[in-house]
Each structure stands twice: as C-alpha cells, then as structure tokens.
Design a protein around this ligand. Structure first.
Ligand SMILES: *Cc1c(COP(=O)(O)O)cnc(C)c1O
Length: 453
C-alpha cells in the first residue's frame, strides 16, 4: 500500500484567500433594504461588522492577502492533513479513488477557526472590545471563543437552547476559552422576549439566536457581531482549505473528478470547492462540486431561489438565497445538524447557474456512512460531515457499477467527538428516517412576502 497521508510544510500555508466573485459569470445579487427593497451599501453594515470585513464582503479582487498575524495563528494546526481512504475504498469494493481533507485537527475540531481567527483579528485592529454571536451545535461558538481569546477580545454566545442542553460539553469548551454563553431565546433581548412571550418553551433556533446577537451588537458601540457561515467574507476565509487540497492532490499525482462537502450555510463547502472551481473557470477543468444536505432541511434541492431574511425575526437585510423560508425550523428528530433555512448568496448563484450540484440524504443513510467511515478510517466524523460521506459512498458505488476509476475528494470538515450522543441515538435505534413533505415546504414558503428573483 502506498502512502496514506499527504502532508504539506508550514511554508505551504496559503498567503492569500481566493475570492470566487472575481471569476463568477453572474455576480451574486446585492442585499436589499427590507423596507425600501433597494440595494444596501456597505455603510449599512457598519454597526455590525468592522470595515475591513465589510470591504471583503463586497470585494471583487481575486486574491486578498492573509495578514501575517492570522497566518501565525493558522500555524497552530495548518496545513491540515489529507489522506487516501484505502480502507474505505476496500470496504466499498470500488474502483474509485477516495481522498479526504481533514479539518478536525483544529483547536475546536472543525474548519470554523479559519474564519473565526480572521474575524477576531480585524475586529481587534479596529478597536472592538467584544464580539457577540450565535451558535447552533456549538461548533461556531467554540471556534470564535478560541479566536477571541487569541486576540484579547470578550466573546458572548447565544446558543440555541435545545443544543445548550443536549451538548453541554460545547458550552464548557466555550467557557474554557473564556466566553459567556446564553441559552437562546433569552430574556436579555427584545427578540428573545418576543419569542418567549409566544412560546415560553421554545427550543430556540439558529434564526432566533442570530436575531438576539444582532440586537446586542447593534446597541453597543464597542461590540460587533460575527457570523460563522453564509456571508461572502466568511466563505472566502475558508478557501485556505481548497488551496492546500490542490497542492496535496498534486503531490499525490492525482486530481479529483468530484469534490463533496456537507452544506449548512456554505462555508466549508466553499472552502474546499471554490479553489477547485477556479480551475474549472481558468483551466477548463470539469471538477464536479457537490454540496450534501439533510433531507430534513433541503433548501438547495427543494427550496426556492429568492430574497429572504437571514434570521427568524427579520432583522437582517434581505439576502438572495435558496431558502425554505426564514420561519422554517427542522423537525426535532433530525440529529445531523445543518439546520439553517437558507444558503449564502454566492453558493446560491453558483447553484442557480448549474456550476455546482446539490444532493440530499436521509439521516439514517448519513449515520450509516459515518459509521462505515469510523470503522474503516478510524476518525469519527461530525454528524454534519456524514452527509458528504453519504454522497461519496453513493458516487463510489456508481463508479463500481459503471466500472469507472474516478477520484473523489471528501471534505472531512470536523470530528464528532463532542457529538457522540447523536451516534448513541443512532446505535440504539432511536433515529428514524425523516424527510420533509412537499406540503410542509409549501406552507413555509407561502408565508414569505419577500421579492422573488
Ligand atoms: C458549522 C459546520 C457545518 C455547517 O456549516 P457550513 O457553513 O455549511 O460549513 C458543517 N460541518 C461542521 C463540522 C461544522 O462545524
């Protein structure tokens, strides 16, 4: 057997982030002011984000230099390893070659610190004292807690209540890095109090937590807000992953035919796939990039491309996205994460232009793929990550049927060592097949009165 592990040296950590907007045939549509329905300018975002990040949000420059201090923090865990999944290939008896790029080696165990560190840096540069954010499963909150600690900022996290109780160790992780964590909805904000008045037992949602965090940031001069996915600058910060992956594939003397990544708001998918899409744009390559989502929250495969709010209460600008409706809350029996109702503007435009693909998987299929991965490759993947593995398994099976030796690259964007309760539910037979019905999607979308595209 050849070498399993494909490593890079510290010198090969990328020096620039890649901005795919420069290469897109149709640029992402602008955010709109919900009242006037007119495009909003960068200045409207100034209460929430530091200027450097706002400029990155609207930038059309192809390359943005990574500040030296950010690269220095990246050196704690970057470059991340890539592996050839020989054992998984053997178990699937497939002629396909499978590789995976592993971001679980970061301090918080996923790709999220790649942008958290950059965002904390720019906030500190502009004199911000405190960053407020929301977190669902806790991956983003823990990444930002780590990053704020590195740059001497306070960090406050609104954590979706159901996760706060189901994932106590994520909270402890945030507290360990010095952050304050609230179970959302709280009575600390108007948005939270409004939700609690309607439903005192609300389990919370990412959209509600976003509303709370945005409200706190908007009201305090020295406080800014940070988002762990969806926005253009967040996706761009993640492109260090794909740039490293290209170097590693070259070292392995190979190049993927297919790149698969799980999809929540789009940041890890963008991180691995955008640098490969650049090769499609500039070198005429034909690499298929597939985003994998849950059948319980299928915005890419069954949602509508239109303007919608990024949060539940309707405090954000209107953003162009594939959406299930901002009021959509996935069924509580869904255990695999990726519960956000919408998708980022860039990824939505790419999907609409058929430059990327999307696939939805049932949660049982995902955990089955996750278990197969753990039993062959050893690493227990995050429940979110198992969606990409499910896509890879189905593609590897297709390769076997068609007798094709295609190369598949999986984005193993996080480990699942703090998500073992979900594996416990799966192993003890508590998880059921779940797919949202057409009526439920229709009902959620019919409540929207935001502009169509
Ligand atoms: C946050 C997270 C996701 C989903 O968010 P994206 O922005 O779509 O990447 C997926 N996997 C892991 C491990 C995560 O932490």
């Amino acid at each position: 057997m050849e070498n399993k592990k494909i490593l890079l040296s510290e010198k090969e950590i990328p020096t620039h982030w890649y901005n795919i907007v420069a290469n897109m045939p149709n640029k992402p549509l602008p955010p709109l002011n919900p009242a006037t329905k007119e495009p909003i300018g960068p200045e409207a975002l100034a209460p929430l984000f530091p200027m450097a990040l706002i400029m990155q949000e609207v930038s059309q420059d192809k390359w943005v230099e990574i500040p030296e201090e950010v690269r220095d923090v990246y050196k704690h865990w970057r470059p991340t390893p890539m592996y050839r999944a020989y054992a998984l290939e053997k178990a699937l008896d497939t002629p396909a070659k499978i590789y995976y790029k592993y971001e679980g080696v970061s301090p918080s165990g996923s790709h999220k610190p790649n942008t958290a560190v950059a965002q904390a840096y720019y906030n500190r540069e502009e004199g911000v004292k405190r960053i407020v954010t929301e977190t669902g499963a806790g991956q983003w909150g823990s990444a930002l807690s780590f990053a704020c600690e590195k740059f001497g900022l306070e960090c406050e996290v609104f954590m979706v209540k159901i996760s706060y109780h189901q994932k106590p160790y994520r909270k402890v992780m945030m507290n360990t890095w010095g952050a304050k964590v609230h179970a959302s909805p709280t009575d600390l904000t108007e948005a939270g109090r409004k939700i609690l008045a309607e439903d005192p037992d609300s389990p919370g949602s990412l959209g509600i937590a976003i509303s709370e965090a945005v409200e706190v940031a908007a009201q305090d001069e020295g406080t800014k807000y940070a988002l762990g996915s969806v926005l253009n600058h967040v996706l761009m910060h993640q492109t260090v992953i794909g740039q490293e992956a290209i170097l590693q594939m070259e070292k392995a003397g190979d190049m993927p035919d297919i790149v698969v990544a799980p999809f929540g708001g789009g940041s890890n998918f963008a991180g691995i796939s955008f640098p490969f899409l650049r090769l499609n744009f500039e070198e005429g390559k034909n690499i298929r990039c597939i985003a994998s989502e849950p059948a319980s929250c299928p915005k890419l495969t069954r949602g509508q491309f239109r303007y919608d709010f990024g949060d539940t209460v309707g405090m954000t600008p209107l953003l162009p996205m594939y959406t299930l409706g901002h009021n959509f809350v996935p069924a509580p029996i869904h255990a695999g994460g990726l519960r956000y109702h919408g998708a980022g503007a860039i990824v939505s435009q790419l999907l609409n232009d058929e430059l990327i693909e999307a696939r939805a998987h049932n949660q049982l299929e995902c955990f089955e793929a996750g278990l197969l991965f753990a039993r062959t490759e050893g690493i227990i993947p995050a429940p979110e990550t198992t969606h990409a593995i499910a896509t890879a398994v189905s593609e590897a099976k297709r390769c076997k049927e068609e007798g094709k030796s295609e190369t598949i690259l999986i984005h193993l964007c996080g480990h699942g060592y703090l998500d073992l309760a979900a594996y416990d539910d799966y192993l003890s037979g508590k998880l059921v097949e779940h797919e949202i019905t057409q009526e439920e999607i229709h009902e959620s979308l019919s409540k929207l009165d935001t502009p169509l595209i």
